[in-house]
Design a protein around this ligand. Structure first.
Ligand code: NAP
Length: 253
């Protein structure tokens, strides 16, 4: 990926992986726009990096996504990179759910992890297609390849992101838009709520490794367990998924 001179919009850029990417893109000489639901969190990020441009948005809402696209392309017409990073994770056993009453709760993951990146990618791809250079970077997960059964919709949503990203890469192969997938392993952030991701890779170590991959021009970049998961055979996938569920099922029962 061309790593400087871009104008980059990062969804969910005020915290966790998105913020680690924002810091590195700023330091590499890019203009960076971040969005998220919590204004205070965006403000906190801006206090650290005053050059950050911030925008409140809830990517689960179609109207917010269209408003984000209209605002970004009119106020910052040089925008040429989209990082679809915002996402949530929910863990539960399906027999403990009440999908009749609570479907809105469960479908949030579909809206933020599937609808939002797909819709934004489709909006921005048409805009980037007229530029000399553009990139769409989608954040999937190692769980796209080896589902974590305690988070069934989450894992399925990330498999969808992987599949969509592959198709998008083919459709855009005759344009100047690079389509990049980043598949994180467990990274220590507030994903799923504070305290759930404390056993993984430190976020700076992860982001540094991903930037090495971007610098090297890779278009599918994993790290640690996620990198292994991306190349597993079907038998290895079955074994890994079984082992993960056995290890983690008590956390949701
Ligand atoms: N951490 C991991 O272990 C891990 C592993 C694999 C993949 N990932 C993926 O990496 C991405 C970033 O996750 P993270 O670990 O950095 O989690 P995080 O620390 O919880 O950060 C998520 C970011 O997304 C934003 N966000 C969430 N829902 C949003 C919405 N509806 N509209 C706008 N912004 C929204 C949040 O801001 P607001 O709350 O202010 O909106 C926050 O800035 C996600 O796609 C996640 O699935 C993470």
């Amino acid at each position: 990926m061309k790593l400087s001179g871009n104008t980059i919009l990062i969804t969910g850029g005020a915290a966790g992986i998105g913020f680690a990417f924002a810091e590195r893109f700023i330091k590499a000489g890019n203009k960076v726009i971040i969005c998220g639901r919590r204004e205070a969190k965006l403000q906190e990020a801006k206090e650290k990096y005053p050059e950050l441009i911030t925008r409140v948005c809830d990517v689960t809402k179609e109207s917010d996504r269209v408003a984000l696209f209209d605002w970004a392309t009119s106020e910052h017409p040089d925008v040429n990179v989209l990082v679809n990073n915002a996402g949530i994770q929910q863990r539960y056993h399906v027999l403990k759910t009440n999908a009749k009453e609570d479907w809105r709760y469960y479908s949030q993951e579909i809206a933020s992890n599937i609808e939002a990146p797909f819709h934004l990618a489709m909006l921005f791809a048409t805009y980037f297609a007229n530029k000399d250079y553009g990139a769409i970077l989608n954040v999937s997960s190692g769980l796209a390849f080896t589902p974590m059964a305690i988070a069934p919709i989450y894992s399925a949503s990330k498999a969808a992101v992987h599949s969509f990203t592959m198709s998008l890469r083919h459709q855009l192969e005759d344009t100047a838009i690079e389509v990049i997938e980043v598949a994180p392993p467990a990274v220590n952030t507030d994903l799923g709520g504070a305290g759930l991701h404390t056993f993984g890779t430190p976020v700076d170590e992860f982001a540094d490794a991903i930037f090495k991959g971007l610098e090297a021009g890779k278009t599918e970049i994993g790290y640690a367990r996620a990198e292994n998961a991306m190349r597993m055979s079907r038998d290895e996938i079955d074994e890994t998924v079984k082992m993960m569920y056995a290890k983690m099922k008590n956390t949701i029962l």
